[in-house]
Design a protein around this ligand. Sequence first.
Ligand SMILES: [Zn+2]
Length: 259
Amino acid sequence: MAFGVVVGALFVVERLRPLRSRKDPAPTRVGRNLTIGLLAAATTAASEIPIIAPVQRLAERRRLGLLRQCPLPRALRVVLGFLLLDYTLYIWHWLNHRTPALWRFHAVHHIDLDLDSSTGIRFHFGELALAAGFRAAQIVLLGVDDETLRAWQQCLLLSVIFHHSNFELPIEVERRLQSVIVTPRMHGIHHSTRVEETNTNFSSLLSWWDRLHRSPRVDVPQPAITIGVAGFLDPADVTLERSLALPFGDARCLIPPSA
Ligand SMILES: [Zn+2]
């Protein structure tokens, strides 16, 4: 319920106070992102019973993972679990930009020609299937319990919708937020067509991991950013059919923009 209110409010305010001008204001774009997002959500839900739940039970039964091996107070284990989940997601996102096989799927998210809250759900179902495998690895290696994982996932989902939104926050508010979480201006730079801009700001919830790895960038004015992926700037490249088929064919997607 609260999630729906936040997402609905962002959907409205990003239209009242846009951060970047839109290339494609047509409702068909939002419908396309919603369709891709529903397929992604179905994939995540379908991975829960056969993969995530059994892996969590196995990890609990055999006391697998870093945090289960350390005799820590519960509160500290929860905080460390939250931080480690978020940090390892930074690494996963970075790998998605460095590995051709992963980039094929992640590129579907990046080829959106505009960036708003609907882009935050525009992930190819293949990327979410691969992410389920990564989530299983996080559970087994980190030893996070189910409640910590769910709390982090809920915060992450809200953060992802927020930092993809096209909402222009007052610059002072954004600067303060940037010291803790990823903001719309930060993530706008990550969605740039320019290599030196897209290969920055890989964090998804807490912004600290970019500072840790010296990959933050906040000095690019939003009007100077072209959103998308070089070679896919024609609206004909980002239709629903092309977007869903992209990981399985187009050779232009073989090379991540870092290569
Ligand atoms: Zn990315």
